[in-house]
Design a protein around this ligand. Structure first.
Ligand code: 2BA
Length: 106
């Protein structure tokens, strides 16, 4: 068994969740925050059989879009000028696959 931990844009969370559930996966969603942009994202935890890992990742990837987000540049800090922003590309999904030593549902 594996634990799939996927960090995705919150705008994609509804669609990813629906498609995972429809495919029969059990899902826990956690509200999370990216350390770099300090913007909200959504972390999915899904316990899956080894043979279902690729299907799960495919569903997550298919419904997670890449997007650009503005990022403030601190050049103007302390000066009386408009803040300068640049853009970073975020997502589709950041996925970790972890080995599960034990799974107990008590
Ligand atoms: P954030 O940490 O807010 O990062 C948002 C986006 O900013 C990243 O998109 C990446 O394009 C950029 N970025 C992050 N750190 C950077 C840096 N030091 N220098 C330049 N650009 C940087 P993604 O790579 O798609 O990551 C989206 C979110 O997934 C991240 O939000 C974070 O919450 C999570 N994440 C990504 N890689 C991770 C990792 N190795 N461990 C834990 N969480 C991770």
């Amino acid at each position: 068994m594996k634990l799939i931990l996927a960090i995705i844009n919150s705008d994609d969370a509804y669609s990813v969740n629906n498609h995972l559930i429809k495919a029969g996966f059990l899902v826990t969603k956690i509200s999370s925050t990216g350390g770099f942009l300090t913007k909200g994202n959504t972390t999915f935890l899904t316990g899956v059989k080894d043979e279902d890992v690729e299907t799960c990742i495919e569903i997550i990837g298919k419904h997670s879009k890449k997007r650009t987000q503005p990022m403030p540049v601190d050049l103007a800090y302390g000066q009386n000028v408009a803040p300068v922003t640049t853009e970073v590309t975020v997502g589709g999904a950041t996925v970790f696959v972890l080995n599960v030593e034990q799974f107990r549902h008590l």
